[in-house]
Design a protein around this ligand. Structure first.
Ligand SMILES: NC(=O)c1ccc[n+]([C@@H]2O[C@H](COP(=O)([O-])OP(=O)(O)OC[C@H]3O[C@@H](n4cnc5c(N)ncnc54)[C@H](OP(=O)(O)O)[C@@H]3O)[C@@H](O)[C@H]2O)c1
Length: 309
């Protein structure tokens, strides 16, 4: 699949769903700052010409405004770490990703002028819960646990868009670190009050990435000719949770005194604990091979970017 050269991608029109979230907000700001048009797919009444109301829960979308776009970026999904995983919430985690993706793919297939690219992410959880110190890239096998199967179904739901000749890209996000949202924002107060510490032993690899690099990588997938398939979006030098903890405490000038054992995490987080305690040492092989250069490669650089230092 070959697309227009980078130089011709001026004044792009990009639709984003989940645009109020951590990644969606940053991507939207980056695109509009560079003069591109963003159409937000919103689940509330549209507040202007740059918004289109849709209801992914029932499959309601007007495909007309999607004609002739450069890209559609799908960043929807109920928060994985936001609530304890009851059976009901697991169902919501699943349907809030699969349904929007399937609806967008179906709408894209029906367009006269489909977008050049459909960016439909998953997460590095596709590789399973715990792979120890093994270096994992896009060719590694997938897991068989709940999140891995969700990621595989999420990816499959986007595939029909290929039938319309669209380049379908699957970014696999690592832990996106920024003080404005997600896991980092939740951890930060504990470290600021000097009650932060390593989690569940700390020997597990955490494959993190800065928010600016996440946005740059998404834009690379949209703008660079020939990108298609799965791409890990993780900093090139993953570190253990203990190393991450040490760096964060050091940069906040606080001690990291309180390691949290696995059983204590389980009391609070339930099943999600396995994913915090699991080790995934993921490298961004395909992005690097395609010529993408990370600004924040090491844990120190990722944490500094997350703190906006
Ligand atoms: N951040 C990470 O570290 C990370 C890692 C791996 C994978 N991911 C995945 O990447 C996507 C974007 O991540 P993010 O961190 O930006 O997520 P986020 O901050 O939680 O935002 C997700 C957005 O999805 C929409 N949403 C929320 N609940 C929904 C529901 N029940 N049904 C449909 N849409 C719903 C909301 O946007 P609207 O209200 O505007 O519709 C929300 O702002 C998510 O699917 C996430 O799981 C993120």
């Amino acid at each position: 699949m070959h697309r227009a050269a980078l130089g011709s991608l001026k004044d792009m029109r990009v639709a984003i769903c989940g645009s109020s979230g951590l990644i969606g907000t940053a991507l939207r700001n980056s695109l509009t700052a560079d003069g591109h048009d963003v159409l937000r797919l919103v689940r509330r009444p549209a507040a202007g010409a740059d918004e289109l109301q849709w209801d992914p829960a029932v499959g309601d979308i007007d495909p007309g405004p999607l004609e002739g776009l450069d890209a559609v970026v799908n960043l929807s999904g109920a928060g994985v770490g936001d609530r304890r995983w009851t059976k009901r919430y697991k169902q919501e985690l699943y349907t809030s990703r699969i349904r929007p993706t399937a609806i967008l793919a179906k709408a894209i297939v029906g367009l006269d002028r489909p977008p050049r690219v459909f960016v439909s992410p998953t997460g590095i959880s596709v590789y399973g819960v715990d792979r120890g110190a093994e270096v994992v890239d896009e060719d590694s096998s997938s897991g068989t646990d709940f999140l891995a199967e969700l990621c595989l179904a999420w990816q499959a739901a986007a595939e029909p868009a290929k039938d319309a000749g669209v380049a379908v890209c699957h970014p696999r996000f690592g832990l996106v670190m920024d003080r404005s949202g997600g896991a980092f924002k939740q951890m930060l107060p504990m470290f600021r009050f000097a009650v932060g510490g390593s989690l569940a032993g700390g020997r597990q690899y955490w494959s993190h990435v800065s928010l600016p690099d996440t946005v740059r990588a998404l834009r690379f997938l949209i703008e660079q000719p020939g990108c298609v398939g799965a791409y890990n979006i993780t900093a090139p030098e993953p570190a253990t949770n203990a190393e991450f903890t040490r760096v964060l405490a050091h940069m906040l000038h606080r001690p990291a005194v309180l390691p949290v054992p696995r059983f204590a995490l389980r009391l609070v987080l339930g099943e999600f604990t396995d994913y915090i305690a699991g080790s995934l040492r993921v490298v961004p092989h395909r992005l690097t091979e395609a010529g993408f250069v990370f600004q924040h490669r090491t844990t120190r650089e990722v944490v500094a970017a997350a703190l906006h230092q």
